[in-house]
Design a protein around this ligand. Sequence first.
Ligand code: HEC
Ligand code: HEC
Length: 113
Amino acid sequence: MKKIIIIVCIFFSVALGQKSELKNVKVLPFTEKREVVKYMKSVVAKELGVKCSFCHNMTDYASDEKDHKKVAREMMVMTMNANKTMKNLNFHDISCWVCHRGNKHPDHPPKKK
Ligand code: HEC
Ligand code: HEC
């Protein structure tokens, strides 16, 4: 009995701990900070060729004060929606790279004459 109570307590402290870890994650499907940081490093910053400070106030990652971060959140939604289509077609997922290719601003198609 004692054992069960301890296990239940550990479970709740872990679950609550994880919940309070992320403060302002509205669209990404992650529940743990390390998953968010991994995605930020290996996808977002890398595929746009920028540092974390391009989107974040370095003393408060949860803050939405930078417009780049707000645009990026919409871009994440766009990419997730595109991936629903890709999944239906049985194609690979896309990521920011497909358009950005290491740049803040993707190339636009040449202007029509
Ligand atoms: C191009 C913009 C952009 C860059 C660059 C970026 N992030 Fe983010 N980051 C976001 C957005 C947008 C969110 C919120 C996502 C959401 O609402 O689901 C976020 C959320 C986070 C959070 C969650 C904060 C919280 O508790 O709400 C952390 C931590 C974080 N980023 C760390 C990093 C780190 C570390 C780097 C650099 C390796 C980085 N980010 C680079 C756009 C960016
Ligand atoms: C379907 C193509 C496409 C995908 C996929 C895409 N983007 Fe973009 N993104 C664009 C285009 C095009 C622009 C520039 C708009 C312009 O120049 O008028 C842009 C602009 C941005 C900007 C604004 C840069 C600035 O200087 O203000 C951010 C931030 C951004 N994208 C983040 C992301 C992130 C993060 C992802 C992946 C989650 C992503 N984008 C995926 C096409 C895309």
